[in-house]
Design a binder for this molecule. Sequence first.
Ligand SMILES: Nc1ncnc2c1ncn2[C@@H]1O[C@H](COP(=O)(O)OP(=O)(O)OP(=O)(O)O)[C@@H](O)[C@H]1O
Ligand SMILES: [Mg+2]
Length: 271
Amino acid sequence: MTTVSIAKAKKGSNLNKVENTNSVYLTKQLNLWYGEKHALKNIDLDIKENEVTAIIGPSGCGKSTYIKTLNRMVELVPSVKTSGEILYRDRNIFDADYSVEELRTRVGMVFQKPNPFPKSIYDNIAYGPRIHGIKNKKILDEIVEKSLRGAAIWDEVKDRLTENAYSISGGQQQRICIARALAIEPDVILMDEPTSALDPISTLKIEELVQELKQDYSIIIVTHNMQQAARISDKTAFFLNGEVIEYDQTDAIFSNPSDKRTEDYISGRFG
Ligand SMILES: Nc1ncnc2c1ncn2[C@@H]1O[C@H](COP(=O)(O)OP(=O)(O)OP(=O)(O)O)[C@@H](O)[C@H]1O
Ligand SMILES: [Mg+2]
């Protein structure tokens, strides 16, 4: 939360209403450097469960870096250094004894470009459960169907499960990737511009899906599409040059932003 939002919450803004809901992620004074490049600066964000949280901001402001920090994927870059804390369900994910493997089973990720494995639709979804030791065909069948239903793609692919995942459309592939994330029964789903490579109809399907999924999951979605953020998210964080400029209820961000820079960005004056 920015100081602006804290002041608002104290004044009795709508953030007060959610104070009792659980935080899924609490980011405290997070800094991140790629070598000399200071990419995230003193990030404080309280992300609530069963909500859609949108991350917006111009190219290069640190959106992807931030969500890749939440599952520690960013550490694949050798020069990365961090300071501060990220509490996931009250435990600091940077603690030396924190299991990254366990974190990744709780936190699924969907990327900008659909990236199914070059395998059958069935094997894409069964991949994660198999890694976790599930071999029973009947159980795998159930997981595959449930995950595909959860990603609103079952009816479209139920007769094509043995076909290669690349034989379907990009929008369908993206829903396969969402189903693949659901198959490990995550708690959180991170999405980095999941619709930017899709046509408007596929985009709408994913947006509707996100709305449904938030009943069971907490979703953090990076988007360049302001209408999308306004349509589907409960809260929005506006990033600029590695800082969170404003974090609030999405309605407040889009109808009455506190910071001039937020207003300029959402009204298309820069970025
Ligand atoms: N692997 C890396 N090594 C060095 N610098 C990086 C690396 N990845 C990102 N950066 C830098 O960190 C900053 C934030 O990048 P990031 O990818 O998080 O931005 P973004 O907000 O997701 O942008 P976009 O909207 O273009 O996807 C940028 O200045 C970028 O150049
Ligand atoms: Mg990005």
